[in-house]
Design a protein around this ligand. Structure first.
Ligand code: ATP
Ligand code: MG
Length: 467
C-alpha cells in the first residue's frame, strides 16, 4: 500500500469513528517561544489538551507536517528526517486506553495490513518509589489483541533503558519501561511543573528481521534500543494525571494523544526498514541518482541528506520562511547549505536544489496543492541561495583544509571567519572539521557566538552613525 493511500486511509478510519478532521497548523509557530517549528501534531493542540474546548469537538484527527531541526544530525540514518508527516488523533475527555489501542491496531493491522507478529509494544512499568502503578490496562488490551491474532504475548518489565541495553528483551512482545514511557511537557512525574498534565504512553514498534542487529544490545535487543531492527511507528499518550503541590492527582478530563510517523508506517507497509523507499521520498532520491549518475546504494548518506533537506526546505518556503541569518530563516539556510555541501561531495553541481525540489513538489502535489501553486516561487528562492553559496563553497572548503593542516585545534574565531567570508553555517563548518579529523578548541561554540554578537553590535553602531 502506498503512502498517499495510507494518509487518506487514516483520516477515513478516524472519521468513521466520529472524529473531525482539523486543518494542519503551519510549520512556523510564531507564538511559541519554546520552539521554532511545529514538531508534532500535539503541539498546536496543547491548549485543548490542557482543558480548553475545541470548536471541532472532542474527537479530532489530522495529518501534521512537522519539522524537527533537533533531528538534523540524525539525518542519514534510515529512519530520521527533519521533515515528516505525523498522523494524529485525539480524544479530549472521551474515549481512553481501551478504544485508542484498538483503533490503532485496527488501522495498522486491518487497514494498512501490517503483520501483527512483527509488532512489538512498550508500556509504562510504573514507579514504585512514587507509588504509581504500571499501566496494566494498556498491557491487557495489547495482550487480548495479540492473542486473538494468534501471536505470543510475553511481557517483561525492563524498567530502565540501561537494564534493557544490558540484558535485552528476550524477544518479549510487551516491554515495560519507566522513564521512556512517561509523557509530560517537563520530565518525569516528580519533575513536571505543578499544574501540568502527564501520564503513561504506549509505543508501537515494527520489527525488521532483514536488518543485521547491533550485537552489543544482546541476542534480543529491546525494542526501544538503538539495535536497529525495531522501528518506532507510533505512540499513544494517555494524559491521566495532573501534578499538584502534593504529587499526582487524577486529571478531571483525561485525554488521548496519538502520533504516528507516516513515512515510517508506509515503510513498514512495504517491508522496508528504510523510509527513503516510500512513495514520496523514492522519486526525490531517484532524481538525485540521475543528477549525480551515482547509485543510492553507494552514496546513501549524501542522498538521504539532500532528499530530506530539500524536501523540508520546500515545505518551509511554502509556509513563508526565507533564508536568512537568524531563527527560522537560519535553519532553512542551514538545511540548504548542508544539502549543497553533500551535493558537491557526490558531484551534483549547479541547479541541484531546483531540480531536486521540482521532484519533491511533484511527489507532494496531490496531497499538498499549495506546494504546486508556489512552485515558481520556491524554485526561485532555492536557485538564488544555491548560486550564492556555490560561489564560495569551494573556497571555504579549501580554507578549512588549509587551517586543518596547521595542526592546531580550530577556535570559534576560525569558524567565525569561515562564516563571514564563505557563508559556512557554524554547525556545518564544525561537521566538516570533524570529517577532516581536525579538533575544535574547547568552548568554540561560545567563542563563535561572542564573535557573532560583537559583529552585530558593530553593525548596529555603524548604522546609527549613518556610515
Ligand atoms: P525516535 O525515538 O525514533 O526519535 P520519537 O520518540 O522522537 O522517535 P515521538 O516524539 O513519539 O518520536 O513522535 C511520534 C512518532 O513520529 C514516532 O513514533 C515516529 O513514528 C515519528 N517520528 C518521530 N521523529 C521522527 C523523525 N525524525 N523522522 C520521521 N519520523 C519521526
Ligand atoms: Mg526522536
Amino acid at each position: 500500500m502506498d503512502i498517499n493511500q495510507i494518509r487518506q486511509l487514516y483520516l477515513d478510519h478516524f472519521t468513521e469513528h466520529g472524529h473531525q478532521i482539523i486543518d494542519r497548523a503551519p510549520l512556523v509557530l510564531n507564538d511559541d517561544a519554546t520552539t521554532l517549528f511545529t514538531g508534532s501534531g500535539m503541539q498546536p493542540l496543547l491548549p485543548y489538551l490542557l482543558g480548553a474546548d475545541h470548536p471541532a469537538g472532542d474527537r479530532l484527527v489530522d495529518v501534521q507536517p512537522c519539522l524537527r531541526s533537533q533531528d538534523i544530525e540524525e539525518v542519514g540514518d534510515n529512519r530520521h528526517t527533519t521533515f515528516f508527516e505525523m498522523l494524529g488523533n485525539w480524544s479530549l475527555g472521551g474515549y481512553f486506553k481501551d478504544e485508542q489501542i484498538r483503533f490503532a491496531w485496527d488501522f495498522l493491522v486491518n487497514k494498512v495490513g501490517l503483520d501483527p507478529a512483527r509488532m512489538y509494544v512498550s508500556v509504562y512499568s510504573g514507579d514504585q518509589s512514587l507509588e504509581i502503578s504500571p499501566d496494566d490496562e494498556s498491557a491487557q488490551v495489547w495482550h487480548e489483541l495479540f492473542s486473538a491474532a494468534g501471536v505470543s504475548t510475553d511481557r517483561i518489565d525492563l524498567v530502565t533503558e540501561e537494564r534493557g541495553n544490558a540484558e535485552g528483551s528476550g524477544g518479549a512482545r510487551i516491554c515495560g519501561y519507566r522513564d521512556k514511557n512517561w509523557w509530560s511537557r517537563g520530565g518525569g512525574p516528580e519533575t513536571m511543573p505543578v499544574g501540568d498534565p502527564g501520564g503513561p504512553d504506549t509505543e508501537i514498534f515494527y520489527y525488521f528481521p532483514q536488518v543485521e542487529h547491533d550485537k552489543s544490545y544482546g541476542e534480543h535487543p529491546h525494542p526501544n534500543s538503538d539495535g536497529g531492527q525495531y522501528l518506532e511507528i507510533g505512540n499513544s499518550v494517555f494524559m491521566q494525571f495532573q501534578r499538584t503541590e502534593n504529587g499526582l492527582s487524577p486529571l478531571p478530563r483525561r485525554n488521548v494523544d496519538f502520533g504516528g510517523g507516516l513515512e515510517r508506517i508506509a515503510a513498514a507497509a512495504i517491508d522496508s526498514p528504510d523510509v527513503y523507499r516510500v512513495g514520496t521520498l523514492a522519486p526525490i532520491v531517484s532524481r538525485i541518482e540521475e543528477l549525480s549518475g551515482r547509485a543510492y546504494d553507494d552514496d546513501t548518506e549524501a542522498m538521504r541528506v539532500i532528499a530530506d533537506h530539500v524536501r523540508g526546505a520546500v515545505f518551509l518556503i511554502a509556509d513563508g520562511v526565507r533564508p536568512s541569518g537568524k531563527e527560522h530563516g537560519y535553519v532553512l539556510r542551514r538545511l540548504l547549505r548542508r544539502a549543497i555541501r553533500f551535493a558537491h561531495a557526490i558531484e551534483c553541481f549547479d541547479g541541484t536544489l531546483e531540480s531536486v525540489a521540482d521532484a519533491a513538489i511533484d511527489a507532494y502535489a496531490a496531497a499538498y496543492p499549495t506546494l504546486d501553486a508556489a512552485r515558481t516561487e520556491i524554485l526561485g528562492v532555492l536557485a538564488k541561495e544555491e548560486r550564492q553559496f556555490r560561489r564560495t563553497l569551494g573556497k571555504g572548503l579549501r580554507e578549512l583544509r588549509r587551517l586543518g593542516k596547521e595542526s592546531r585545534p580550530l577556535s570559534g574565531a576560525d569558524l567565525f571567519t569561515l562564516y563571514e567570508r564563505f557563508g559556512f553555517p557554524v554547525e556545518l563548518a564544525a561537521e566538516e572539521a570533524n570529517r577532516l579529523g581536525v579538533d575544535l578548541l574547547a568552548g568554540w561554540r561560545a567563542d563563535f557566538d561572542t564573535a557573532m554578537e560583537r559583529q552585530r553590535q558593530m553593525s548596529r553602531a555603524s548604522s546609527t552613525l549613518g556610515t
